[in-house]
Ligand binder design. Structure first.
Ligand code: NAP
Ligand code: MG
Length: 459
């Protein structure tokens, strides 16, 4: 799309060296309103596209993304400092989520409910224009988790990428047009949260806002949406627990723990940043963890073997560094020196569940470790937070795995594993980690409203 002429631009910085390498437009209110108006106009046609044709267009969009995986991945390495391995996965995830929801238009099935004197049927009607607000930590996946089901359900989409990481979203907007999506159906609007994002909240033609980001901004968006009873999905912060019981495969749990919190330099709402270890194996576990942390490969993100790159910005780096003040550092990994926002993987010992680094989302490569006594203690400590997004537990006892996984108040849990994101299973937070679910079979219906229609058979 073209964004018009008289508009300001924002610098785009490579976080691995701190240098500006391009600029992108930053939309004002007028351009935002014009885009929302185009989306509103396009909705009338898009909802009428036959289910099979809408499915075909989404599959074609997925195929075009697939042809550009490497280009998208390289853009993300430069713009977000993601490792090349992760960035390829992220671009592939956009393709997969599009493919998955391409199956939806033909399966958006209502019900026929028995009634006297006629026929009663339900329809899952699209909402209209959906506004998606994306953070900088996973620019591609989080965009796709919003736009793919929204489009599949027959909505049109305006999407605001984070100011820090707009490049892949802008490219995805171009690829959608290349794939044949009609103009106005999916538009990417780079700009500030306080301008473009806020307009999604206040513009009456936007019927739903999907927001991923900080809990603080999420609350203000929810409050703003209440004004128009606007639908909202929130995916907010986390402080997830990784619970290691004494009966677990300790070697496997220790080998996996660094990836569970240092992946994406810890800038992950699912990061298992609270490590709870049963006291009887605490020393043994830390001894196993130390070499795994020291071996974690923090390198130029373009290096094929990098496991972690830099933080997103200098501001993020100072905020993360602040958590080390007065903290008890157990051991650290390494990081390149020189330009860029580097920060080594860091393990902190918590002395009580009131330590600031134990309670607050750090959003950096820092994990806090605390021992626990028994199962009840582990559950109590894991739930002692307003967050509830993800988490892991490690045990060989099946009964314990069942009991603890039901007791931990979190939306996406894994047992003897740290992976909680699959595009075909639901993802989202309990408590102040969010509202609603993305991905899987659950997300689709949240982009629709149920309409009930009674047809009288007459007298
Ligand atoms: P943020 O302020 O919540 O930003 C997330 C997105 O919301 C960005 O696109 C941002 O736009 C936009 N936004 C900001 N203020 C807005 C408003 N008033 N109305 C509408 N949209 C608005 O997050 P952040 O400042 O980037 O990060 C701060 C902290 O939030 C992190 O350190 C981390 O703890 C947490 N966080 C969590 C997640 C997650 O996945 N749950 C993701 C990112 C951050 P701009 O581009 O203008 O900022
Ligand atoms: Mg912010």
């Amino acid at each position: 799309m073209t964004y018009g002429d008289a508009m300001s631009r924002t610098d785009v910085i490579n976080p691995a060296n701190g240098e500006r390498f391009t600029t992108v437009p930053s939309l004002g209110l007028e351009e935002t309103d014009a885009a929302i108006e185009r989306a509103s106009q396009a909705f009338a046609g898009w909802r009428q596209v036959a289910p099979g044709d809408r499915a075909r267009l989404l599959r074609r969009f997925a195929a075009v993304v697939d042809q550009h995986i490497e280009e998208l991945a390289q853009l993300e390495v430069r713009n977000a400092g993601h490792t090349i391995g992760n960035a390829r996965w992220e671009a592939g995830n956009v393709r997969d989520v599009l493919d998955y929801y391409a199956g939806a238009p033909e399966r958006l099935i209502g019900r026929q409910i028995p009634v006297a004197g006629g026929v009663d049927v339900t329809f899952h009607e699209p909402l209209g224009v959906v506004g998606i607000i994306v953070p900088w930590n996973f620019p591609m996946p989080i965009a796709g988790w919003g736009f793919a089901p929204a489009l599949a359900a027959g909505n049109t989409v305006v999407l605001k990428p984070a100011e820090l990481t707009p490049l892949t979203a802008i490219r995805l907007g171009e690829l959608a047009l290349e794939a044949g999506l009609p103009p106005g159906v999916f538009q990417v609007l780079p700009g500030k949260g306080s301008v473009v994002g806020q307009r999604f909240v206040t513009h009456p033609a936007v019927r739903k806002v999907c927001f991923t980001g900080s809990t603080e901004v999420g609350k203000s968006i929810m409050a703003g949406c209440a004004e128009q009873v606007k639908r909202v999905t929130l995916e907010l912060g986390g402080k997830s627990a990784n619970i290691v019981f004494a009966d677990a495969d300790l070697e496997a749990a220790a080998a996996a723990a660094p990836g569970a919190v240092f992946d994406n330099a810890g800038q992950d709402c699912c990061a298992r940043s609270r490590l709870l270890v049963q006291d009887s194996v605490y020393d043994k576990f830390l001894a196993l963890l130390e070499p795994a942390v020291r071996a974690f490969r923090v390198l130029d993100p373009a290096d094929e073997s990098a496991e972690m790159g830099p933080l997103i910005s200098s501001g993020q780096r100072s905020s993360v560094a602040g958590y080390l003040d007065g903290a008890d550092v157990a051991f650290r990994g390494s990081a390149p020196s020189g330009g860029g926002w580097w920060f080594p993987p860091t393990v902190l010992l918590a002395h009580s569940a009131t330590d600031r680094h134990w309670r607050e989302e750090i959003f950096g490569p820092v994990v806090s470790v605390l021992p626990f006594r028994d199962e009840a203690d582990a559950i109590r400590l894991a739930n002692d937070t307003e967050y509830g997004l993800s988490g892991s537990l490690w045990t060989r006892d099946v009964g314990r795995a069942l009991r603890v996984s039901r007791a931990v108040e979190t939306g996406a849990l894994s047992v003897n594993s740290n992976s909680s994101v699959r595009y075909w299973t639901p993802f989202g937070g309990m408590k102040q980690s969010g509202l609603g679910r993305e991905l899987g079979p659950d997300a689709l219906l949240s982009f629709t409203d149920v309409k009930n229609v009674f047809f009288s058979m007459g007298d």
